[in-house]
Design a protein around this ligand. Structure first.
Ligand code: SAM
Length: 258
């Protein structure tokens, strides 16, 4: 194979290997964290919508707690196809749909809407975050919560050390290479995935793809300034996967809004 790699939109080819790339992420633990946040801040959470659910790992772990009715949504049809496959295999009962979180149908309401793993960092303009927040607000029941996380400049400065030049081979015969760079002035974090499809004996490259993922990295203060212009009350802002108050040093900040 000597032609140049085919450029693909984010979360198309990556969907084939997303779970292998995220192998070290403990989604059961993450689901326990979201469960704890819901129980701490809502009197009786039952109906839940996950935005940007990806291949559904977190929604499925949450479903296995057998406490919630869950609807998982993501903009990428390829990610949702994987989520549906896993839902079937794990005999879970999550409903999965393709949906852009900037264009949410307003025909149902939920006790909790959540969106994690820095998915909101794909919104590059504060006005897009405002639109996201306003749309979510219309989805919430009277004590409803919006829970979302975002990664910070402190995280990006650290993450490039372990994400840059990462590579691996997956069980379904793909090889991937990731480069990771951070432009501190523009606050843009770029992850570039080069993905090679291999023959089953892995001796030959059949096809090669590139996906470029650009995320806008917000400081805590920048996010608070955006939220301040909406009707939400901030119930909590937590640092990483703890119950400690977030600050400028936090790597991942989880917001709980009402
Ligand atoms: C880092 S992945 C996180 C996926 C999942 N939450 C997880 O924990 O594995 C980011 C996800 O955001 C989704 N996404 C990006 N922009 C979106 C949008 N405008 N609407 C819905 N999903 C979006 C992508 O398709 C991708 O699945």
């Amino acid at each position: 194979m000597n032609s140049s790699p085919v450029r693909k939109p984010a979360y198309t080819k990556l969907a084939e290997i997303y779970d292998a790339v995220m192998d070290e992420v403990d989604y059961d633990l993450w689901a326990d964290y979201i469960d704890a946040l819901m129980l701490d801040h809502h009197p009786d959470p039952n109906t839940v919508m996950e935005l940007a659910c990806g291949t559904g790992s977190l929604a499925l772990s949450l479903d296995e707690l057998e406490c919630y009715d869950i609807w998982g949504t993501d903009k990428s049809p390829d990610m949702i196809a994987r989520a549906r496959e896993k839902n079937r295999k794990r005999m879970c009962s999550v409903e999965f749909s393709v949906m852009d979180f900037l264009d949410i149908p307003q025909n149902r309401t939920y006790d909790v809407v959540f969106c994690v793993f820095d998915s909101i960092n794909y919104l590059h303009e504060p006005r897009q975050i405002t639109r996201f927040l306003n749309q979510c607000q219309k989805l919430l029941t009277s004590h409803g919560l919006l829970i979302f996380d975002f990664t910070t400049p402190s995280n990006s400065k650290e993450a490039i050390n372990y994400l840059h030049n990462e590579e691996g081979v997956t069980d379904n015969n793909y090889r991937f290479f990731r480069t990771s760079t951070y432009d501190a002035e523009e606050q843009i974090h770029t992850n570039t995935f080069r993905i090679q499809q291999l023959t089953s004996d892995r001796s030959t490259v059949l096809d090669e793809f590139v996906e470029v993922h650009r995320q806008k990295i917000y400081s805590l203060q920048q996010m608070l300034d955006i939220i301040d212009k909406t009707a939400y009350n901030i119930c909590a802002k937590y640092s990483d996967f703890e119950f400690e108050e977030a600050d400028d040093e936090s790597l991942r900040i989880t917001m709980v809004l009402q």
